[in-house]
Design a protein around this ligand. Structure first.
Ligand code: AP5
Length: 214
């Protein structure tokens, strides 16, 4: 099962990726998490990516396409994978297609911009695993601590409101065109595209995804 999660920053992709990964036993490939790991490790890629990400812009297609190609060739992806945050531009989607990587499901999360700005102010993340929480909508069992490891949760560097608004503008300009791209792919029978109302509760979105993927 090869799945693409498509949606604006903060639409709930990472939250549902965690759920899908556990339910269907396929690895989550989050390009954002991979880049944040590179930043933390201080690799040349991380150093290059940090400034771009802190500014709410997209890292270059060449770098991202290389990262994803390398990752999906690993053994644990043989039975499928879940792409969270990739593709994010038409050239990224084309590169995947040209490499013969077919996508079974494209799950589009629809959430209005103002709701996203509200959500991001309450987001807390566990940097080690990429697990995502929200102070109100999806709180950890113990305040400020990851449910699994008990480690500290942090605020992401790009969650400041002005950066979130920049990321939303970049989304509308460069990523939203992928919705029509994948609708056309679905019309041609090459994938299945579903639009999910991402403003429902976390549990309601998970239930809808379970029905779609069952
Ligand atoms: P990335 O890490 O991919 O960030 P993003 O796409 O901007 O998405 P987010 O992780 O911010 O949001 P999400 O949809 O996962 O929402 P979440 O589940 O956390 O990318 C970061 C940066 O890396 C990019 O800006 C770019 O620079 C670079 N990058 C990454 N991939 C790239 C690529 N392919 N090409 C180029 N550059 C790339 O939810 C948000 C909050 O809402 C959480 O607090 C959560 O608890 C809460 N929440 C979730 N669902 C609900 C719900 N149903 N109701 C209420 N609250 C909810």
């Amino acid at each position: 099962m090869r799945i693409v999660l498509l949606g604006a920053p903060g639409a709930g992709k990472g939250t549902q990726a965690q759920f899908i990964m556990e339910k269907f036993g396929i690895p989550q490939i989050s390009t954002g998490d991979m880049l944040r790991a590179a930043i933390k490790a201080g690799t040349p890629l991380g150093l290059k990516a940090k400034e771009v990400m802190d500014n709410g812009q997209l890292v270059s297609d060449d770098i991202i396409i290389g990262l994803v190609k390398e990752r999906i060739s690993q053994d644990d992806c043989a039975k499928g994978f879940l792409l969270d945050g990739f593709p994010r531009t038409i050239p990224q989607a084309d590169a995947m297609k040209e490499a013969g990587v077919n996508v079974d499901f494209v799950l589009e999360f629809a959430v209005p911009d103002e709701e996203i700005v509200k959500r991001m102010s309450g987001r807390r993340v566990h940097p080690g695993s990429g697990r995502v929480y929200h102070l109100v909508y999806n709180p950890p069992k113990v305040e400020g601590k990851d449910d699994v490891t008990g480690e500290e949760l942090v605020i992401r560097a790009d969650d400041e409101e002005s950066t979130v608004r920049k990321r939303l503008a970049v989304y509308h300009e460069q990523t939203a065109p992928l919705i029509d791209y994948y609708k056309q792919e679905a019309d041609a029978g090459r994938t299945k595209h579903y639009k999910v109302d991402g403003t429902q509760s976390v549990e309601a979105v998970s239930r809808e995804l379970t029905d779609i993927l069952a």
